[in-house]
Write a protein that binds this ligand. Structure first.
Ligand code: SF4
Length: 365
């Protein structure tokens, strides 16, 4: 039996297995994707869930070297959606039967911000009869703030670790207490302990990153027992310090393919978690979302941010939706998802199945 077939029959992958799988090309790559699809069908079905994405603000106290909305980028116009705009966006998702939203923003740490989010959560919770799934992705916050937001109606939190290689983490962030790897891990643990469906993710194809680093990232998700993952290809932004290392990057096609392999391996490793087809994949390839679904992802995040703000939330360049002028984008997306053999599940929250199993396991309490 060939090495690939042997590995794909295993119940658990070691680091060298993962590195091997990440190196696959051509027909072998297709076998990996096929295996991931089979696992997805068996454990979570062909269902795809929508989360209406609201980009609340592009203000951020941080200065991550890869990010287009970092504090030091003076070339963008900063914005903060008002309460009415946020609630309208949430209700757009609710009325269109998405059943879930993601509220995302740069990192802002203040009592004023905490209070604003808390009020918004309460209002959305009340207007949607408490049935709506709300994910927050607004960075590192005090434990008591996370708890207040949980009590106000949020049930999921995404805090991306970006890379689990500490040396690489230091290379892509300023070396100070605001950008501390260990603190970030601590916040992620707090979210999990508080009872959030907890999500994280990494950048794929960073300069200086190796396949061994990515294998460690996947094993980290497994050992942390994460419920959701949002990961995608690194896309360079000209107004960031990391841009000067663009000569070290894989081609965009190869970064996309590597991201698809990451998704497929993760699906095999963690059969019942939620995995997002991220916007970055769509940016590299207009069929990127669908390819991600065909490799094991099950979550899509249509953008519901008011159109006039979207152009200012560019974490990386050439973000797909800025080209999206069509009003019927959602209809097109639904048709494309359904014709790929998947099915958009309107009206279902699509919570992480893994989360509920984890909660029932007395050894993990
Ligand atoms: S990656 Fe997140 S925390 Fe870092 S600068 Fe961008 S928005 Fe801020």
């Amino acid at each position: 039996m060939k090495k690939l077939e042997k590995i794909l029959k295993k119940n658990f992958f070691f680091k060298n297995d993962i590195v091997f799988l990440l190196s696959l090309k051509g027909e072998d790559c297709k076998k990996l994707f096929q295996k991931a699809r089979e696992i997805k069908l068996k454990y979570i079905g062909n269902k795809v869930y929508y989360r209406g994405l609201i980009e609340l603000s592009n203000n951020c106290i941080k200065d991550c070297f890869y990010c287009g909305i970092r504090k030091s980028n003076k070339k963008i116009e900063r914005y903060f959606l008002n309460e009415k705009e946020i609630i309208e966006s949430a209700l757009f998702s609710y009325k269109n039967n998405y059943a879930s939203i993601v509220i995302q923003s740069g990192e802002i740490q203040s009592e004023n911000f905490s209070k604003k989010i808390e009020n918004i959560l309460k209002k959305i919770h009340q207007k949607t009869g408490g049935k709506f799934g709300i994910t927050l992705s607004v960075g590192e916050q005090k434990k008591e703030t996370y708890k207040r937001w949980l009590d106000a109606g949020a049930s999921r939190y995404l805090l991306r670790i970006e890379t689990t290689n500490k040396k690489l983490y230091k290379k892509i962030h300023p070396n100070d207490e605001t950008h501390n790897f260990h603190k970030r891990l601590k916040y992620l643990k707090e979210l999990q302990n508080l009872g959030y469906q907890t999500g994280t993710g990494v950048l794929i194809g960073l300069p200086f990153q190796t396949l061994e680093d990515l294998a460690d990232d996947l094993l980290f998700f497994k050992s942390f027992d994460i419920d959701m993952v949002g990961m995608g290809p690194y896309i360079e932004h000209i107004n960031t310090p990391l841009y000067k290392h663009s000569n070290l990057l894989l081609s965009k096609e190869n970064r996309l393919e590597l991201s698809l392999k990451m998704i497929a391996i993760l699906r095999i490793l963690m059969k019942d978690i939620n995995i997002a087809a991220t916007t970055a994949m769509q940016t590299l390839d207009e069929n990127g979302h669908i390819k991600a679904l065909m490799s094991g992802a099950n979550i899509l995040m249509p953008n519901t941010t008011p159109t006039n703000y979207k152009k200012n939330y560019l974490l990386y360049e050439n973000k797909e939706r800025t080209k999206d002028q069509a009003r019927n984008v959602n209809k097109i997306l639904e048709e494309r998802v359904n014709s790929s053999g998947n099915k958009v599940c309107f009206g279902e929250r699509g919570d992480s199945l893994h989360f509920f199993k984890r909660k029932k396991n007395p050894y993990l309490q």
